[in-house]
Every structure is written in C-alpha cells, then in structure tokens.
Design a protein around this ligand. Structure first.
Ligand code: ATP
Ligand code: MG
Length: 411
C-alpha cells in the first residue's frame, strides 16, 4: 500500500472508531479496481464537517469548500518529527445534490446517505465505495459490471445528468481516453444531444480536461470522439478538418507524450502551414488559459520541427540555433512524430552529441568589441554580428583576429 492509501485508511479507521460510517470513494476505488495507481484517495463519510473537525482536531484540518462539506485532514507527524510530505486528504460528507440551474453546480446541497451520495456522482464507474474494515466494495450503481465490461455510463438518466452539469460531457471524453472505455449507447446519444450546451462551461475548465485528454497514448480517440459528438465546436473549433489516419501514424512515432509534444503534433497535422498552426494555438491558449511556458514550447515545436525534419543538408549555422533552443526536446520529439523519413532526425541527434564548446561556442565578437574598434553603433552591427556568427559556426572564421579582419573589410 502506498503512503496516501495508508493515510486515507487511517482516516477511515479513525472515523469508524468514533462511530461514523466512512469509506474510500470515487476515482481511487475505480483506479484500484482497474489496477491503476490512483491520483489521490478521497474519503466519504456520514460524519458532518463539524464532526470531522472534532474527530481530528481543528488544528489538523482545513475547511475546503465548506459549503460542499469537504474537510482536508492533514497527515500526522511521523516518528522522527517530520511531516510526511503528503497533501491533506479530502474527507467529504455524504450528500444529496439539490437542483442545478447554472449548468455546472448544484444550487444547494444537503447531507445524505451513502446511497444518495453514490447517486449524485457522474458515472457508474465513479460511484463505487470501498469499505476497508470489511474489505468490501459498496456498489449502489452497478459500477462493477460497467468496469468489467469497460463501459462508461451515467448514473441515472443520461439526458438529465448532462443537463444538470455540462462539464460531465467532457469528463466522459476524458475517462474514455484515459481509461480506454467505450461509451454506452444512451450516454453517447445524450452527449450528441447536449453537445451545444457545453458553451456555458468556462474555457479554463475545458482546458483542464483537455490537458488530461492530450497526455494519453490514445488522445486521437478522444479527439475523434469530440468531433463525432459535436463537442469539438466548443472545445477546439476546426478540429473536424483533421486527417485522422495521418494523426495516428504521427502519434505512433511520438517518442514522449507530454501536453506540449501532443499539442504541437496535433496542430502540425491539422494545419499544413506553421503560421496557421500557431494562430490556432494562440486562440486555444486564450480559451484554455495555457501558461506562457506551455505556449512557448508548443510554438517553438510547430515552427522548428519541420526544419529539423528537412535538415540533412543544411549548413550547421542554420541548424544550430534550433538545437540550442531551450525547448529542443519538444522540438525534436515533434520532428520525430511528423517525419516520414528519419534522416533529418538522425543528423539532429548526432549534432546534439557535440561538446558544449562546439554545440554553442562563445561568439567571436560582441557589439562592445565593434565599438572598441571605433565603429558607430547602428543597423550594420546586427547584420555583421549575425554574419560573423554564421561564418564562425560554419568554420569559416575561427579566431577573434579573423573576425576583426572580416569587419575591417566591410568598412
Ligand atoms: P481523477 O482524480 O483521476 O481526476 P476522479 O474520478 O477522482 O478522477 P475527480 O474530479 O477527482 O475525478 O472527482 C472525484 C469524484 O467526484 C469522481 O470520481 C466522481 O464520483 C465525483 N465527481 C467529480 N466531478 C463530478 C461531476 N461533475 N458530477 C458528478 N460527480 C462528479
Ligand atoms: Mg480524484
């Protein structure tokens, strides 16, 4: 058992000792049954937030979203006095959701039974509880059957569940992609029907789900589902123009799937021109609230990966600036994905083995050197320094003296 699992079970045991029903809930039970490592362990209990705080002591708890009845329990100090570096475990009081009117969140919540708490969850595979005291799964929603047949199905009537909370449609795409499920037919039909109402979901929430979709081996399947259901109109306009066969073969060549390599590869396949791909990225970045670091890497890869693919006969001075780019790993990975012929990649990988002094040698001259030579700063400086750099990289100017002599010739 992992440290977070032990900590969650400690919390369940402690609530039990105080007379409260408590269980592990939702994603962690699903992931454990699938043989996957859960991202985090959530506890659900009949104890009210006040009781949870009383059981663990106020100092050992944090009230998260108090209105939704979630308390974070801080892990105890270990024997040597240091805290285990675990985040607080979320302990949520069983609840029954009220009505939904904004398409995202219930208007009010009331505390309820374990059964009601299972029923308000989104998909049957997410509605399971695990009772560690009895080593038993509590399955009020037929989740185990769907896990066994790898089906994603809403709890209750799909139509009403997507009407309540539109984000669930995108969560469906996420679970299908990350867990390799197929969507049960009534659930799929309801997504088709409600796809346009995804409009009310904030771009930031959409971006958070898409980050998880894009980091999967099978992201192409998730993207295709977005297009097939009509969700893509509100997630990624223009995605319907995708050449899926081409995306699949590029994806298979992608050596490392990260959000950045995945986005750059997908955008490169979607648009034949780098400028067009970059414009699409800019508009997605605004909607999804991508960080500047994410954007920088994706843009660099869109722009430079095609040059790496074609670099076999390029002079070193053309290739070198690409290989010293700080996002070179992303660039080369995307080049591998989009290359039909690996010759350019082999050259780039060989050049990357150079010693630092030949991969990125210090410039022979600087602007200050030109001033010391008695020259007046101006447009010529930039041109000359760039040209000196090019000649240096291509071994046509080797020393500072060579460079000075070259400048003298220009004046
Ligand atoms: P992961 O932690 O891997 O992202 P998860 O299933 O735990 O997956 P969370 O977003 O952490 O997803 O949510 C925890 C649980 O809360 C879910 O398993 C589900 O039971 C419930 N849940 C989350 N979001 C919703 C929602 N929009 N509607 C209904 N139930 C939800
Ligand atoms: Mg979770």
């Amino acid at each position: 058992q992992s440290a977070p699992a032990r900590e969650a079970i400690r919390i369940v045991d402690r609530l039990r000792d105080n007379g409260f029903l408590a269980v592990l809930a939702g994603g962690c039970v699903r992931d454990a049954l699938l043989g996957r490592t859960p991202k985090d362990f959530d506890v659900a209990t009949e104890a009210t937030p006040d009781s949870v705080q009383r059981v663990f002591g106020k100092r050992h708890t944090i009230a998260f979203g108090a209105s939704f009845g979630v308390i974070g329990v801080i892990p105890p100090r270990s024997k040597d006095g240091s805290r285990e570096s675990l985040p607080p475990t979320e302990v949520a009081t069983f609840r029954a959701d009220g009505t939904y009117s904004d398409g995202r969140r219930p208007d009010h919540v009331t505390y309820g039974t374990a059964e009601a708490d299972a029923a308000r969850r989104d998909f049957t595979i997410n509605g399971l509880f695990y009772d560690p005291a009895e080593d038993a799964i509590l399955d009020y929603v037929d989740g185990i059957a769907d896990l066994q047949s790898m089906h994603l199905r809403t709890i209750g009537e799909a139509d009403r569940r997507f009407d309540e909370d539109k984000l669930r449609m995108l969560r469906a795409v996420r679970f299908v992609t990350t867990l390799g499920l197929s969507v049960e037919s009534a659930t799929l039909a309801a997504i088709h029907q409600h796809a346009d109402s995804l409009r009310v979901v904030s771009g930031e929430r959409i971006g958070a789900e898409m980050r998880r979709v894009m980091c999967q081996g099978d992201a192409g399947r998730g993207l295709q589902l977005l297009v097939d259901t009509g969700l893509s109109r509100h997630v990624w306009p223009g995605l319907d123009a995708m050449n899926w066969a081409k995306l699949r073969s590029c994806w298979q060549r992608l050596p490392e799937i990260t959000f950045e390599t995945a986005m750059a590869t997908t955008l490169s396949v979607l648009s034949s021109e780098a400028a067009e791909a970059q414009a699409s990225l800019k508009s997605l970045a605004r909607r999804w609230k991508l960080s500047t670091v994410e954007q920088r890497a994706i843009i660099a890869a869109i722009e430079w990966a095609p040059r790496v693919v074609q670099c076999v006969d390029e002079p070193w001075s053309n290739l070198q600036p690409i290989l010293v780019n700080r996002d070179v790993d992303v660039i080369v990975a995307v080049a591998q994905a989009i290359a039909e012929d690996g010759a350019g990649i082999s050259r780039a990988q060989r050049e990357l083995q150079r010693e630092p002094a030949t991969l990125n040698p210090p410039p022979l001259l600087s602007g200050d050197d030109l001033i010391e030579m008695g020259l007046t700063p101006g447009q010529n400086f930039r041109t000359w320094l760039a040209e000196i750099r090019r000649l240096q990289l291509d071994d046509r100017l080797c020393t500072r003296e060579d460079a000075v002599a070259w400048v003298r010739q220009q004046t």
